[in-house]
Design a protein around this ligand. Sequence first.
Ligand code: SF4
Length: 139
Amino acid sequence: MPKQNPSNRYLKNFVEKLHKLNTIDVELPNSNVSEIVKNPKKYAFDIVVKEFTKNLPSMVKAFELGQKFAMQNLRIVYKNNKRFYPDDEQVPEKLPDAYAIGRNNQACNNCIFFIGGDYCKKWKAEVRGKYWCKSWKGE
Ligand code: SF4
């Protein structure tokens, strides 16, 4: 058996570990060696495109699940008629009932009433950037 140089051995071990830790199955585009040698960059690009196309639906699904998870975990909860953020800090009572998690790219952090990183000058109360109310106004 030919002796492997240390770099090749390291790379082989690394790839084997990656395979064990992930269920990655990289599909190689059909091509012959002489075509690859003529234009290796194109071959690498084809692999990336193929993998990206194959995995795009999973990435979109993961993004949607992440958004849903965030929405559920940023929801304001009521306790004894008072509103609380998920970390148990009370929501200032001055804020309107509609104050909730931001949506459709509208949130306090891109509202004209939001100043100083945590204050709403419309309601004169501290707010959080990812939340929103019906008075939201963009620039
Ligand atoms: S007006 Fe509403 S959306 Fe705008 S900063 Fe105040 S609470 Fe947030």
